[in-house]
Structures are given as structure tokens and as C-alpha cells.
Design a binder for this molecule. Structure first.
Ligand SMILES: *Cc1c(COP(=O)(O)O)cnc(C)c1O
Length: 507
């Protein structure tokens, strides 16, 4: 992994003082090529050897910081020095998300194709805030999101050729926030934007298992924490209780409070629960409430026709839909694809036109200016990264990756089923299995929870695999999320051996 040691690309002239930065401080084109090759070699070697590293970083607080060089150099240094510190100081402080036995949270796949696409985008370094600031940035993004929507089986209404359209956001959190702003704009007839919000006037609905970004969106939008109706879920399945939603809407209306948005979670973060989108959608339709579907992790599974149930109801009912290629779908962070059925609410909420951004193309109305589609102005050329991934894998390759994850999760589920010490905490969904210790008369629930988490932490500390936990129906559970691009069934078996051994010895 040593950067300086690899002289293959030095074309005869090994790295030496004469190869440092040019007097301007910029690398010469020749140096950029040489160092660029070495960086790519570094990454390839990192991936090839990552399985031998402990998944979870083993450093303590302050350990990395205290090892870092003090301050900043007065004169520029060579990249070799940076890479040496990366190897020696930073890598021990990295938790390896690309490790094949990273099973915590959700996968954050950083595949070779996506890294190359990201690099090309960085090299071009274009700002796509307006169509006019680089037409290809906008038009590729429209083309990619229209075709990706078709591959996912999303409704024609979400296509840019109709009234809707798609945009790449940095994260699902931003997508949800953006959806809420558009919903607020629509429900208030534009008044929310002009006048701000009176306390206790608006309500937002989601299940108690909804991602925290929903609460955060309500806070950021000025609705206040108390605007969020955190509704109960069905036992075990963890799906939103539709009767409770119906009652909450009616109670709010009776109290003169305006319902703004219902969020349906397709694949909750805790257990992967899929809310009843169709039933929630009928309520949204009946009361004229914006329906946002948060399918950040699970939505990409719709690339497989047999998994397209994950977007059931979206076509008929959703006003907006978000899924993150930067989780399961092989695209290095950040890349969150977000679609709206009617872009006018979105643009109505977020458009601004300072003089310095005026230009004939925008004024002609013939182009899309994505700066009106999200909170920030500047935007990266993320479409190039996603396009690189989608073309590099092809639909068949994407499907193969998703199916491999589902297959591995099935193996995890089988192992849990066959172990009488364990029970599912919720139904396994796609690439996520959640489980806890089975109830036994001699083991109090709180003690069982403590033992389970101790076993999980022991595996994490061993570096063999990495799991995270959640609370489900008041009980501690282990979440086992598969879907990493380097994960094989063998990795599942190795991780299972380690976890089962810890659980046996804890009991
Ligand atoms: C991961 C996740 C989010 C947050 O995603 P970011 O892109 O990190 O903001 C939101 N909702 C669900 C259901 C998630 O799984």
C-alpha cells in the first residue's frame, strides 16, 4: 500500500525532490498523471486487502488527532507525504465500509465504476446550478433520471417530459426536506413562503419508525418539532397503523390544523418495514395531502421486476419519491435520486432569481435550472457518476447485485431460523435481517438484551465483522444488513460463526 514504493508509473524517473509541485503550487500535467496512477493503484490495493483489516476501527478517542502533524506546512509538500500519513495515521482510524463483512447500518457501496465516474466529474469540475452554466450537466441528469425511473418502473408522471421530473440530491435527508418545502408551498397556496408559519397550524405524518430526517425536515422548515405526528406501528411488522393515521388527520382537521405531508417509509432504517403505501395514498388523496415516499435504502430494489412490490402504490399516489443509489446501488456517496410528480410546487417553493443569475436560456423557459430543485445553489456533476455506474453494470448487472444481496440475506435468515436461541425481531426484508434472543423463562428480557448486545460488541471489537443494533417493540435487536459489493456467501458464514460463538458463550 506504500505510495512511494510503487515506481511502475514513474516512467524511469523515480519520485524525487525534482518532481515536487511546480512553482505555482499546481501539479504539472505530467505529475498529475504519475501521481494519479499511483492513487488509483493505492485504491485498488486497498480494496484487494481490505478484507484483512478489522472492519471496525479499533482506535480510541483522540488517537488519530494526536498522531497528526501539527499545523499546516508553510511550503507545499509532495503527495507522497500525504499518502504516508494516510497509511500510517488515518487508515487505523477508518471503519472499512467497503469491507466484505461490513453488515452495519446499510451498505455504502463505492464501486470502481462509481469512483471513476466521480473522478471524471471532479476533473471537469463544472457547476451545474443553471442550465446555462453547463448544459450537459443538466441534460445528462434529466436523461439519467428519466431512464433510471423507467428501469425502476416509476410512473411516467415522474419523467421530465411531463409535469414532473427527477433531480439528484446529496442525501435522502435533503430530498425529504425538499419534498416538505414543496408540500408546504402547495398546501398554503404560496402563503407559507411569504408569511412564514404560525405555531400549531400545520401537521406532518409518519410512523414512529420513520427516519429522523423527517423530524429534522419539519424543524428546518419552521414547522417545529411538535408538527410531527409520530404514529404507532403494527406489532412485529413495524408498518404504520393506517387507522391511527386516519384518526390523526381527522383530529387535526377538526382542530383547524392543516395536514401538509404524509411520509410513507419503504424500508425503515430499523427493520426495513414497508408502510402500506397504497392505503396511505388513498388517505392522502382523500384529504389532498402530499404523499412523500422515503425508499432511501429499499427503493433501488425495484430494478428487479420481482421486487417491484417495493414501489407498489407509488405510481398512483406518490407526489414525491426518493431512493439512494449511494446505499445499495453501487454508487459512491453522494447520490440520492429524487422525483416529483408536479415540479411546479417544488420550483414555486424554491426558485429565486438574483440579478447575477439572470440569463437568456433561463428566461426563455426552455431549460431546467436545477438550482430551483433543492436548498443549495451549487451542485456537483453527480449524474456523470451515476451514468457511469448504470452503463458500466447495465440493468442486468444492477439486478444481479441486488439479487445477490437478497440471496445472502436469505442465508442469514435461514441461519437465524435454525438457531433456537434467536427469533426474528421483524420480518426479514430484502437485504436486512433483524433478530434478538428468544424469550426463555429463566432469562429476563432486559438481561437477554444486554447479553445480545454484549455478544454483538464482542464481534465488532474482534474486527471480524461489524453489526449495528436497533430497538424494536422495546427490545434490543441486531440488524444484519447485506448488500456490499465485495460480500460473498462465505463472508456471511464467517460472520455467522463469529456471532454464534459469542452468543453461545454469553448465554
Ligand atoms: C439512510 C436513510 C435515510 C437517510 O439517508 P441520507 O441519504 O443519509 O440522508 C433516510 N431514510 C431512510 C429510510 C434511510 O434508510
Amino acid at each position: 500500500m506504500s505510495f512511494a514504493a510503487d515506481a511502475d508509473h514513474a516512467a524511469g524517473a523515480g519520485p524525487g525532490p525534482q518532481d515536487g509541485p511546480a512553482p505555482s503550487g499546481h501539479l504539472t500535467a505530467e505529475e498529475f498523471r504519475r501521481q494519479g496512477h499511483q492513487v488509483i493503484d493505492w485504491i485498488a490495493e486497498y480494496w484487494e486487502s481490505v478484507a484483512e483489516r478489522p472492519v471496525l476501527s479499533q482506535v480510541g478517542p483522540g488517537q488519530v488527532r494526536s498522531a497528526l502533524p501539527d499545523g499546516l506546512p508553510e511550503q507545499g509538500e509532495s503527495l507522497e507525504n500525504v499518502i504516508a500519513d494516510l497509511d500510517e495515521i488515518l487508515l487505523p482510524g477508518i471503519t472499512h465500509w467497503q469491507h466484505p463483512r461490513f453488515f452495519a447500518y446499510f451498505p455504502a457501496n463505492s464501486t470502481p465504476a462509481s469512483v471513476l465516474g466521480d473522478l471524471l466529474s471532479s476533473g471537469i469540475g463544472a457547476q451545474g446550478m443553471l442550465w446555462a452554466t453547463s448544459p450537459a450537466v443538466t441534460e445528462l441528469e434529466q436523461q439519467v433520471l428519466d431512464s433510471f425511473a423507467a428501469v425502476l418502473g416509476l410512473p411516467q408522471a415522474f419523467s421530465s417530459s411531463g409535469a414532473g421530473g427527477g433531480v439528484i440530491q446529496d442525501t435522502a435527508s435533503t430530498s425529504t426536506f425538499t419534498a416538505l418545502l414543496a408540500a408546504l408551498h402547495r398546501v398554503s397556496g404560496g402563503a407559507a413562503r411569504a408569511d412564514g408559519l404560525g405555531a400549531g397550524r400545520y401537521a406532518v405524518y409518519g410512523s414512529s419508525q420513520a427516519h429522523s430526517s423527517l423530524l429534522k425536515a419539519a424543524m428546518m422548515a419552521g414547522l417545529g418539532e411538535r408538527s410531527l405526528r409520530s404514529l404507532p406501528v403494527e406489532p412485529f411488522t413495524q408498518q404504520l397503523d393506517v387507522a391511527a393515521l386516519d384518526a390523526a388527520i381527522r383530529a387535526d382537521l377538526a382542530a383547524g390544523i392543516t395536514p401538509v405531508m404524509i411520509q410513507a417509509a419503504v424500508g425503515t432504517t430499523g427493520t426495513g418495514a414497508v408502510d402500506p403505501v397504497r392505503a396511505m395514498g388513498s388517505l392522502a388523496q382523500e384529504f389532498g395531502i402530499w404523499l412523500h415516499v422515503d425508499a432511501a435504502w429499499a427503493g433501488v430494489a425495484a430494478v428487479c421486476p420481482e421486487l417491484r412490490w417495493v414501489i407498489d402504490g407509488v405510481g398512483e399516489f406518490a407526489d414525491s419519491f426518493v431512493t439512494n443509489p449511494h446505499k445499495w446501488l453501487l454508487t459512491t456517496f453522494d447520490c440520492s435520486t429524487f422525483w416529483v410528480r408536479d415540479r411546479s410546487a417544488l420550483i414555486g417553493a424554491l426558485s429565486i432569481l438574483p440579478e447575477y443569475l439572470r440569463n437568456p436560456a433561463s428566461e426563455s423557459g426552455a431549460v431546467v435550472d436545477y438550482r430551483d430543485w433543492h436548498p443549495q445553489l451549487g451542485r456537483r456533476f453527480r449524474a456523470l457518476k451515476l451514468w457511469t455506474v448504470l452503463r458500466s453494470y447495465g440493468v442486468a448487472g444492477l439486478q444481479q447485485h441486488i439479487r445477490a444481496g437478497v440471496q445472502q440475506a436469505r442465508r442469514v435468515a435461514d441461519l437465524v431460523l435454525q438457531d433456537e436461541q434467536l427469533v426474528f425481531a421483524a420480518p426479514p426484508v430484502l437485504g436486512l435481517v433483524t433478530f434478538r434472543l428468544a424469550d426463555r423463562p429463566e432469562l429476563a428480557p432486559a438481561e437477554a438484551d444486554r447479553l445480545l448486545l454484549a455478544a454483538m460488541h464482542a464481534v465488532n471489537a474482534s474486527g471480524i465483522a461489524y453489526f449495528s443494533h436497533a430497538q424494536v417493540d422495546g427490545r434490543a435487536v441486531i440488524r444484519w444488513a447485506v448488500g456490499g459489493w465485495r460480500t460473498t456467501v462465505d463472508d456471511v458464514e464467517i460472520a455467522w460463526q463469529a456471532l454464534a460463538a459469542q452468543i453461545r458463550s454469553a448465554l
